[in-house]
Design a protein around this ligand. Structure first.
Ligand code: 13P
Ligand code: SF4
Length: 332
């Protein structure tokens, strides 16, 4: 590979190449996709243009299931780094591209594998369940992976007397502990986007919209979850807005999901839950590093590519496959 391109990828995380402004990027991306037998998988938190061009849009569980079964040669992962790593682990012979290598995750960063390893050593008789929002290295230290869609069922699939460590998200872990009545040992990690919501501002908003349903992702803090009419993964939240007859919803998760909510419910109103300051902090700064331009350049150049060391692929694959097996047996 050209040394300048490598240097740029290390520095910026993406290929910064001038794009002809007259190009129709949707057309060009579709052309490249066919030429290269590529598939675009996008998370619900991606910007609307990326969601609109994706072959599959979904939550973390759906994206892992798609990554495991695709026949494409190239997977362009419009999401964050740990998601692209999961795709690579499940499809090691495919090329996995991420439009911007710096699309990381504050939750994954809150659990450095070397510290988690020491933490785990304190509980030798515990099984380790890790939320998929963590590095491949952390998955390699785990017994079972879970997502917000199946975390409760994965814990319930284990015998009641089984001792469990749950990481890295303490909020999701506390919610799962409450739902299952299990005493989980929690790692103290969190997502900066889901911890930003203000209970006070949500209370005022609910007063102004008395008929609105308040819905929240389980990565939110307990005090916010306590106010919710419904708690669920991004897919769970989307389905709730379709099946519930309310006309207004206050949504406490990353704002990208509202695009699919509006497509599925054109007459309903969606209000992003307010953060505890005046920034747009319920936009995930990592998810939003991907743009349509970067997606086009990454497909055109076949870079940046996400790689995972062979030994980590072998170890991390087992807990992910265990999750997929349990999910399939439960029809999730
Ligand atoms: P889900 O889409 O699986 O609910 O995950 C939310 C999230 O934070 C992804 O980064
Ligand atoms: Fe990570 Fe939170 Fe962004 Fe999801 S929303 S990618 S958990 S920082």
């Amino acid at each position: 590979m050209d040394i300048n391109v490598l240097e740029e990828l290390n520095k910026k995380g993406f290929i910064d190449e001038a794009i002809d402004p007259t190009l129709d990027l949707f057309e060009e991306i579709n052309k490249l996709k066919k030429e290269k037998n590529a598939v675009i998988l996008a998370h619900y938190y991606q910007e609307p243009d990326i969601q609109d061009i994706a072959d599959y849009i979904g939550d973390s569980l759906g994206l892992s299931q798609e990554a495991a079964k695709t026949n494409a040669d190239i997977i362009v992962f419009a999401g964050v780094h740990f998601m692209a790593e999961t795709a690579k682990i499940l499809s090691p012979n495919k090329t996995v591209l991420l439009p911007d290598l710096k699309a990381g995750c504050s939750l994954a960063d809150s659990c450095p594998p070397h510290l988690f390893k020491k933490f785990k050593e304190k509980y030798p008789d515990h099984l380790v369940i890790t939320y998929v929002n963590c590095t491949a290295e952390l998955k390699a230290l785990s017994d079972i992976v879970c997502t917000s869609t199946n975390a409760v069922q994965i814990v319930e699939s284990l015998p009641k007397e089984q001792k469990i460590i749950f990481g890295p998200d303490k909020n999701l872990g506390a919610w799962v502990a409450k739902k299952t009545g299990r005493d989980l040992v929690l790692w103290n990690g969190a997502c900066m986007v889901h911890e930003i919501f203000s209970r006070e501002k949500i209370t005022k908003l609910k007063e102004r919209h008395p008929n609105a349903k308040f819905i929240a992702h389980p990565e939110c803090e307990e005090a916010v979850l306590a106010m919710a009419d419904y708690i669920g993964s991004t897919t769970g939240l989307l389905k709730y807005t379709i099946n519930n007859e309310a006309q207004e919803f206050i949504v406490a998760t990353e704002s990208g999901i509202i695009h699919q909510m509006e497509i599925a419910n054109p007459t309903k109103t969606f209000i992003p839950a307010p953060p505890n300051n005046n920034c747009a902090c319920n936009d995930c700064p990592y998810m939003k590093r991907n743009t349509l331009e970067k997606l086009y350049l990454c497909l055109k150049n076949g870079l940046p590519e996400v790689t995972v060391p062979e030994n980590i692929i072998v170890e991390a694959r087992k807990p992910i496959e265990r999750m997929l097996e349990i999910s399939a047996s439960l029809g999730l």
